[in-house]
Write a new protein. Structure first.
Length: 304
């Protein structure tokens, strides 16, 4: 059963992106449910550098990493920022039912390992980038050498999400027009310029293209019997026992994920004895508010 509708954002939506000179690249994945899906990505740094996989979250795209890519590249790392399926330049399944947590994990697995065959990977995951990325680490540990969790978590539904997250989920569900740039701005301490706001809106010419951003909040396992809860519990168990070095790099101003920082530091074996930075004056999207600083922490962590 392929996709009823698979949409592709026209290229001309992505002209004149501020501070984002990176050449778009693409891979095609065979979707296990039938059909081929195109994933867009950008990369910076030497092709033989150690790979850093930068996974974004809801409702952003790889544009979010524009302040980090040059810092990582200058350090000799191969920084790779894909767009989740349904976001950025990647293809967009047009029906919300096409989006499940398991499929998003599988799409990024196919991108990183089937298409690019990445090894010795450092994961940097924020928001949904961590929800997906931490599953990838737990299920493919031999591919990863380090993990950086930045304003993210791995919810199982056994502990309730904060009230501010429930408000966000309801706002997305009820919005007749989903104002993507406004949601990104609401998660930043800094003020986005008009061209930056336009860049966050660029992937979505109209409401038809927004099934991904609309679906994501409801895919977070916020009840213990959620379809993804069991897989996430299994991933937690694996992650806590792995020896992979684990850096918790959260901002000081994220009401959505802030409570996860001490839990990750305490629970992950790889986080013991590591100095975990707190990025001051930054909100949920710390890549916007403190991107260069976060990238420098990633560089030091990899070199350490």
């Amino acid at each position: 059963m392929g996709f009823v509708r698979l949409l592709r954002t026209p290229d001309d939506r992505f002209t004149d992106l501020p501070d984002f000179p990176f050449e778009p690249k693409y891979v095609e994945l065979d979707d296990p449910h039938g059909g081929v899906i195109r994933v867009g990505y950008v990369e910076a740094g030497p092709a033989d550098g150690r790979p850093v996989l930068l996974l974004h979250g809801e409702p952003s795209w790889s544009f979010l990493y524009r302040k980090m890519l040059p810092v990582l590249a200058t350090a000799g790392l191969r920084a790779i920022a894909p767009d989740l399926v349904g976001f950025g330049r990647s293809d967009k399944p047009g029906d919300q039912v096409d989006h499940t947590y398991a499929r998003h994990v599988e799409w990024m697995r196919g991108f990183a390992f089937d298409a690019l065959d990445l090894r010795d990977v450092t994961l940097v995951g924020q928001d949904w980038g961590g929800l997906i990325g931490l599953r990838l680490v737990a299920e493919n540990p031999s591919r990863f050498s380090r993990v950086v969790a930045a304003n993210t978590g791995l919810p199982t539904g056994d502990i309730d999400m904060p009230a501010v997250w429930h408000s966000f989920r309801e706002a997305v569900e009820k919005a007749q027009v989903l104002d993507v740039a406004r949601f990104v701005q609401s998660g930043c301490r800094s003020t986005l310029t008009e061209p930056e706001r336009a860049a966050y809106d660029a992937p979505f010419p109209n409401e038809m293209y927004k099934a991904g951003p609309r679906a994501m909040p409801s895919l977070v396992p916020y009840r213990p019997d959620d379809p993804a809860s069991e897989a996430n519990r299994a991933a937690w168990k694996t992650l806590t026992e792995l020896d992979i070095p684990f850096l918790v790099a959260f901002s000081d101003g994220d009401p959505i994920t802030g409570g996860m920082a001490p839990i990750l530091q305490r629970s992950m074996r790889g986080a013991q004895g590591v100095e975990h930075p707190v990025l001051g004056g930054a909100g949920h999207f710390l890549q916007e508010d403190a991107g260069a600083e976060l990238a420098e922490h990633v560089v030091r962590f990899i070199r350490g």
